[in-house]
Write a protein that binds this ligand. Structure first.
Ligand code: PLP
Length: 353
């Protein structure tokens, strides 16, 4: 099915479903191009400098996907027989086909999240192995922000990354939705979203950012870090098949998104709150108050087995959502207040019927 702004569907499955805007398409068409495997694509180079500068790093690498970005990061920080500490629900443990273990012989050490999405400091400390032949070498702490739509508190990020540094670990942030985290943080503190993105990023040795989620670009992520780190990641990207040629066509879309789609993320967050508020009080539905652009809904009591039925009902009404593990509704560039209102009405009708 075709989705996007001209489609009849209200697509709340993910913020990855957006179509490039007319202005973004124009920026892509106007982009100067070269062969990025030779380092010769001016639009890729400009994007890498822009995102590294924005987040306060020496260098950045444009990669096709967030999955490849995390893979490059973990393999650039860790060698065979090393391990990384990671949360059970984090993308770079649970949702990437075990890539770090399969392709890098790097062992994950997953730990349970606290209710707010954080990894308890005592649990992190307890999993750092002593230097002993029995153990993998603990090299890296990987966090994710936002995680399942939750913003990790900034004082927690500081404490966790300080603990890791004190123990000699590297720190990686899967910031696929870093700008959503920064938006929520800027709203909470009354500060600037770009400044908050940089403050969060600067707690880490490396940060991965997705352009293809809420930022609305069609393809692409960036990995940021020191010049040496990015040189190692560059080699791994090539090995993973991620060396792209006239990639400036895509990098131009990402650059456009960084310039024009960051400040508007607060609109997505407001729509997520509108959706959650619209669903409040429906018997059989428990709605988690959203902190960013993702609303999770759990079915309860007699409704607990009606998830597939609800999704089918919504689809028949032209509304798309997913229920891979919990019902999930995601707001983005191609959803507006009228669409959210229609989704609320359709869900209410399902439970009234
Ligand atoms: C989407 C996502 C990724 C991976 O991005 P792809 O481009 O789909 O590979 C990584 N981490 C998080 C938190 C994500 O949401």
């Amino acid at each position: 099915m075709r989705t996007g702004p001209k489609s009849p569907f209200i697509d709340l499955r993910s913020d990855t479903v957006t179509q490039p805007t007319e202005a973004m398409r124009a920026a892509m068409m106007a982009a100067p191009l070269g062969d990025d495997v030779f380092g010769g694509d001016p639009s890729v180079n400009a994007l890498q400098e822009k995102i590294a500068g924005l987040l306060g790093f020496e260098a950045a690498l444009f990669v096709p996907t967030g999955t490849q970005s995390n893979l490059c990061a973990i393999l650039a920080h860790c060698g065979r027989g090393d391990e990384y500490i990671v949360g059970q629900q984090q993308h770079c443990y649970r949702w990437e086909g075990g890539g770090a273990a399969v392709l890098g012989s790097v062992q994950p050490q997953p730990i349970e999240h606290a209710q707010d999405g954080s990894l308890p400091l005592a649990r992190i400390a307890a999993e750092i192995k002593p230097d002993d032949a029995h153990f993998a070498r603990t090299r890296l702490l990987a966090l994710e922000n936002t995680l399942g739509g939750k913003r990790l508190p900034f004082d927690y990020l500081q404490a966790a990354t300080q603990l890791a540094a004190d123990k000699g670990l590297q720190r990686h942030l899967d910031g696929a939705r870093l700008f959503n985290a920064a938006t929520a943080q800027a709203e909470a503190l009354g500060t600037d979203v770009y400044a908050e993105a940089r403050r969060i990023a600067q707690c880490f040795d490396s940060v991965s950012v997705c352009f293809s989620k809420g930022l609305g670009a069609p393809v692409g992520s960036a990995l940021c870090g020191s010049r040496d780190f990015i040189a190692r990641a560059h080699r791994i990207r090539k090995m993973a098949g991620g060396g792209m040629r006239q990639a400036g066509l895509l990098a131009a879309a990402a650059s456009h998104a960084l310039d024009h789609h960051v400040r508007r993320l607060r609109e997505d967050h407001a729509l997520a709150r509108q959706l959650a508020e619209g669903l409040a009080g429906i018997p059989g539905l428990s709605v988690e108050a959203p902190q960013s652009n993702i609303v999770f809904v759990d079915l309860q009591g007699d409704a607990v087995d009606r998830g597939a039925q609800l999704l089918a009902h919504l689809q028949s009404q032209g509304i798309l959502a997913t229920g891979l593990y919990r019902l999930r509704f995601v707001t983005h560039l191609d959803v507006d207040a009228a669409g959210v209102a229609r989704a609320v009405a359709a869900i209410r009708a399902f439970f009234a019927g």
